[in-house]
Design a protein around this ligand. Structure first.
Ligand code: ADP
Ligand code: DP6
Ligand code: CO
Length: 324
């Protein structure tokens, strides 16, 4: 039955940046994220035998073939599992800017995986939903769950999926500094592909990931914001360093991103427990204590407008919206 399904975005503290297998979206490394309450996607799928092709209506607008390709990959798997061939109308609303480095592909493709399997009457486990979402966008595999989530890279379609590692029911939150809402020039998919193929720094990035992952898991268990934040910040800087070595070189940073990172460093010198991370886009996320978020937001307002700073707490896993 067609139902609206909601999935929240997640921000990686240990980044996924590169695929071992492009078709199945098997990543080069394990990644670890925090699902957030402030940004999410609602999607509904209607299979309809009168349709001549799949359609994606996102925020009321029909989407192009590039966006449709990720969607049809998931729909094809669902059709195959449920053993029918009807095309689908996908309606989706992003409560997150699309393609701006705020993880719309994570919430968007996770919500689609949930909505498509519900519409087809499939009763998939969370593990199966994570594998399905992964085929649309790697980071979406993690948005099936709330709190801290690790995506095990695995070696193939069966073994590559996410699982929850901590419900984040402690004093951690994230402030988003929105410096630009516009769509990025280089998609995550193209950016990581170009980096793997051409950047001499890519092997260096891979070399220290296991250590970062081990250390952050220990720090999460200790509920240490300073340790978690410091590891996430240097992991993000290493990821972004790889793009400068790509051919042609590129960066997701703008002057305002650097201003935001500098503001975080200044607040840290002033005694706040604040650390930054960045994804494939210019916006900056500040890892901090939930209990200090309003104080830190005020301090950041000497650098940015209030509307540019959004507070987020740990968010839940995927949900079917029963009443709509
Ligand atoms: P982001 O940083 O927002 O995750 P990406 O480059 O990874 O940026 O992915 C953006 C793409 O994800 C969009 O261009 C579109 O193809 C897809 N996408 C985003 N939201 C949705 C949605 N709600 N439903 C289906 N696809 C979506
Ligand atoms: C920098 O999951 O958006 O945000 O799998 O090609 O759809 P595709 O890419 P995507 O990549 C996310 C990259 C990142 C880091 C992360 O979220 O782990
Ligand atoms: Co994405």
């Amino acid at each position: 039955m067609s139902k609206w399904v909601r999935a929240h975005t997640n921000i990686a503290l240990i980044k996924y940046w590169g695929k071992e297998n492009e078709e199945f979206i098997i990543p080069k490394n394990n990644s670890l994220s925090l699902t957030l309450d402030a940004f999410y996607t609602d999607s509904k799928v209607t299979f309809d035998s009168s349709l001549k092709e799949d359609q994606l209506i996102l925020d009321g607008e029909k989407q192009d073939s590039i966006a449709l390709k990720k969607v049809s990959t998931i729909l094809d798997i669902v059709r195959d599992k449920a053993d029918f061939t009807d095309f689908a109308l996908v309606e989706s609303i992003n409560y997150v800017p699309t393609a701006a480095g705020l993880a719309s592909s994570a919430s968007g493709l996770a919500a689609l995986a949930g909505a498509a399997s519900a519409a087809a009457g499939l009763n998939l486990s969370s593990k199966e939903l994570s594998r399905l979402a992964r085929r649309g966008s790697g980071s979406a595999s993690r948005s099936i769950y709330g709190g801290f989530v690790e995506w095990e890279k695995g070696t193939n379609d069966e073994t590559s999926f996410a699982h929850p590692i901590d419900n984040a029911d402690w004093d951690i939150g994230m402030l988003f500094i929105i410096v630009k809402q516009a769509k990025k020039d280089v998609s995550s998919r193209d950016g990581m592909q170009r980096t793997v193929a051409t950047s001499p720094f890519y092997d260096g990035w891979l070399a220290t990931l296991d250590q970062d992952l081990t250390d952050i898991k220990i720090s999460i268990a200790e509920q240490s914001i300073n340790k978690v934040g410091a590891i996430a910040e240097r992991n993000a800087l290493k990821m972004h360093a790889t793009t400068l070595g790509a051919q042609p070189p590129f960066t997701y940073w703008t002057a305002d991103s650097m201003l935001a990172m500098e503001a975080v460093r200044t607040l840290r010198k002033e005694g706040y427990s604040v650390y930054f991370t960045m994804d494939a886009g210019p916006n900056v996320k500040v890892i901090c204590k939930q209990s200090e978020m309003s104080k830190i937001k005020k301090a950041l307002m000497s650098y940015f407008d209030e509307e540019q700073i959004i507070s987020a707490k740990p968010g839940p896993g995927i949900q079917v919206l029963e009443n709509e």
